[in-house]
Design a protein around this ligand. Sequence first.
Ligand code: PLP
Length: 396
Amino acid sequence: MLQMASRMGVLGTETAFEVLARANALAAQGRSIINLGIGQPDFPTPEHIVEAGRKALADGHHGYTPANGIPALRQAVAADLWRRHKVEVSPNHVLVVPGGKVTMFFAIMMFGEPGAEIMYPNPGFPIYESVIKFSGATPVPMPLYESAGFSFSADEVLEKITPRTRLMIINSPANPTGGTVPRAEFDKLVAGLERHPQVAIMSDEIYGEILYDGAEHVSLLSYPSLRDRVILLDGWSKTYAMTGWRMGYGVWPEALFPHAERLAINCHSCVNASAQYAGIAALEGPREPVERMVRAFAERRTFIVAELNKLPGIRCVQPGGAFYAFPNIAGTGLNARGFQSELLDREGVATIAGTSFGAYGEDYIRFSYANSLEAIAEAIDRIRRFLGNLPAASRN
Ligand code: PLP
């Protein structure tokens, strides 16, 4: 009998991939499916980026690159962070990795072990809690509140820090809520963190450029008091519609960088060379394609939130960023899991139960509006019919 390490038993997953499989299976039976479950832009990668990748292949960039990424790419990342946040970052502290997830995995594995505590947003990206458990550390949820636009409360978070807390994960704008943490809340958190110098912070800012109505993206890199303990997670997947290219990066504090780089060498050696050239074109090229995509998301956001709020038993706050709406469905009488599976089976609308993002996601459903306005409008009609047909027993 094969005997795996016991930690394999605690590794979680992303329900999004399971919902996608179920939706595809229903579509294969001929059912009409509208997918509002998927967490990736429904736009192609802008052509000038694709062309740079093609050119890199034609130019013969077929070999290994430096483990931390090609120098021109790391310089482009530093220049981009200056453009966006007016923070100075040394290209030597940028580690290019295959996707946003890898920085997350490295940071959690670097700090997590039995006896350590790692704080993470809940509801939040499911991989945080999964990898924290895998590392052997204890996951400590930081609840997010609908009434606060899905921000955490800095006072509550600071109260939860113990001498065993090693890492705190922050994600704004957030998956699955679309919430952004207000600057005042960050200011309070950062001031309080000065009393806890043993706590590193991993700030997942992968949705930082997908923002609406003047909602502000505050980068934790911009707080000087945290600079020696903030790990920035960012990447190309969402901003440039490049989920399949597997391009991400971390900005690591000087003392941590060599350890992160060693993890990279042990794990993947380097990122696909042609994708790195495409990554330079993304950062240095025109902003117009990104702006056009964000304008399209903004229009859909306004539409889906207004329409969800017209449905019986559902209320939805305006998300400040990302491409998710996270309505409260408690008034329908269904729980999150039941809503997700019944809606998919009966009406062919794929969504994700809030509980897939942690226990604090009960009573919520994640809708991704990375789909056309027409598809969203049709989904809303189907949800209205679904709610109208619910047996009285499920309404309480
Ligand atoms: N962080 C958050 C909050 C995400 O939602 C995602 C993807 O859904 C990632 C990181 C991972 O991005 P990537 O596909 O680049 O690994």
